[in-house]
Design a protein around this ligand. Sequence first.
Ligand code: BDR
Ligand code: CA
Length: 313
Amino acid sequence: MTTTASGRPRIILDCDPGVDDAMAMIAAARWADLVAITTVAGNVPLKHTTANACRLRELLDLDVEVHAGADQPLIGLQGFARHVHGETGLGDVALPEPKRGPDSDRAVEFLVEATRAEEGLHLVPVGPLTNVALALRADPGLANRVASLTLMGGSAQGVGNVTAAAEFNVWADPEAADEVFRSGAPLTMLGLNLTHQVRMGQVHADECRALDTPVAEAMAGLLEFYAVFHLAAEEVADGPIHDPCAVLAVTHPDLFQMEDRPVHVELSGTQTRGMTLVDERGPQADTPTNCRVAYSVASGAVIDLIMQAVREA
Ligand code: BDR
Ligand code: CA
């Protein structure tokens, strides 16, 4: 596994910013050694996810490459989540136009080349899995070169958000997710069953506003936008902080409790397309485990790490 002298794991963040993707970038900037960012269409179209990644790179003063990837799922039409993340993906947080644009539109090739150049990177997808599936198609050996493929997506225990059964990132490209779950890569899944345990809202936004820094201001705006949506959708004002969980599961694995499970992606169910079916019995003779599934988390400690990342940005 590759770490820096500081001991921070080296990660590539594959994302679709996205309110909570932006928070994942903030967490990664502080707690990981961020190697690069790749973008995918998901919460909003690719042109917005890529522009947002570039805006956040400048906000966080990161010297990393941003590579744009897939602008549509492997099959079918793209479904967005503008109602959760706003028309252009960062709620109503208006960051300046970035001075530096994306370094390429070849995220898939970048993933193959970067993992060839350096074994033991952690690949952390927090959007639809299209880029990762295409990279695995181009070079299946990628599965053996990464230290982990730690993703936010799916769910154990039958929790969905887009449908009763399906979580957004898997629902948005089920065929890609299926290929990733069958790839043999060392997978860890942070699904909705886990991320719904980590909630932030107005109290944290107020703390951020008091800090009065550009990153803290942005974080406050993201939290407030997210809270309005979740209050309307779930009657709970504190929103689930999905994507930072995947970053922090790599950087602070001791905070998460995991179990090895066989996980299968439903492609054809009449009500269940895009569901991750987790075999809670554990490995079976005909279905060995293919994934570590996160079940519980020290949520207070995770929130503290996110807030510390905001304070120290
Ligand atoms: C996931 O879907 C997206 O809307 C979020 O950014 C997160 O990655 C949660 O289901
Ligand atoms: Ca996301």
